[in-house]
Design a protein around this ligand. Structure first.
Ligand code: PGA
Length: 278
């Protein structure tokens, strides 16, 4: 073996080690996000936090309540010392102005938000375009919020075998002109799985997550390995464990099952268990 071959092999080994380290680092802190949609009251939320036992949990846990509940819930979480972070379900892309019914990123920060869901399919169905989603992603990043960017194919697109094409288009549009990848979070949520009780199988989800990982790699190179890719769509205490076992499922975005402390807790535990086995 000559020197150049040796160098080539050494470089390959170094690359493999780097990738394994990145994969392990990624596995370290799963992210569990509850999307409460248009549900909950302050009273129910206080009860929820009192019932949730996160003392020994190592995951990052986030809840996204409706706007009017953000401030009181932030106060309640501080008083109860809940180890939970706060996110919003949407925001406007401008700093301020004549936008009746809208909320700015600064307002979200003032009430304690660190995350914001952007481009949820329920908002896309209500008319939110890829262009608007991209502006919101840029605005969130520019102001220090983690955007949880939702992508996913409809039932028809799934049946027509167009999943990958749709996902690629949605991700590339949302991340157009976004140079910095360190605060991005992607949530793959097949529309046919949301609120239907019909979750994607762990294998189906992992295949799409691997594809998303490749798209992110093409956009951002090696640093993209640490971007969390969450799965969402009928996640519950029964299926979370099998999803958590998959290499590229870094956490979950949970709707219905995040409204009860017991089911949310068991989802969080599933990811914790998987992390300690890794
Ligand atoms: P689901 O909702 O868990 O109730 O299916 C998920 C979501 O819409 O984020």
């Amino acid at each position: 073996m000559d020197v150049s071959e040796e160098r080539h092999i050494a470089a390959m080994v170094e690359q493999i080690v780097k990738e394994v380290m990145h994969a392990r680092a990624r596995k370290k802190t799963p992210l569990i996000v509850g999307n409460w949609k248009m549900n909950m009251t302050v009273e129910k939320a206080v009860h929820f936090f009192e019932s949730l036992d996160l003392k020994n949990e190592k995951n990052d846990v986030v809840v996204c309540p409706p706007y009017p509940l953000l401030y009181p819930i932030n106060i309640a979480m501080q008083q109860l010392e809940a180890k939970v972070q706060l996110g919003a379900q949407n925001m406007h892309w401008e700093d301020h102005g004549a936008h009746t019914g809208e909320v700015s990123v600064q307002m979200l920060r003032e009430v304690g938000c660190q995350y914001v869901i952007i481009g949820h399919s329920e908002r896309r169905i209500a008319g939110e375009s890829n262009e608007v989603i991209q502006k919101k992603v840029k605005q969130a990043l520019a102001n220090g919020l983690y955007p949880i960017i939702c992508v996913g194919e409809s039932s028809d697109e799934f049946k027509q075998g167009r999943t990958k094409r749709v996902i690629k288009q949605q991700i590339e549009a949302a991340l157009k002109d976004v140079k910095e990848s360190s605060s991005i979070i992607i949530a793959y949520e097949p529309v046919w799985a949301i609120g239907t009780g019909k979750s994607a199988t762990p294998e189906q989800a992992e295949a799409v997550h691997q594809f998303i990982r490749q798209i992110l790699h093409d956009l951002y190179g090696q640093s993209s390995a640490t971007i969390p890719i969450l799965y969402g769509g009928s996640v519950n205490g029964d299926n979370a464990g099998n999803l958590a076992e998959k290499d590229n499922i870094d956490g979950v975005l949970v709707g219905g099952a995040s409204l009860e402390a017991s089911s949310f807790q068991s989802i969080i535990r599933s990811f914790n268990k998987e992390m300690s086995n890794a």
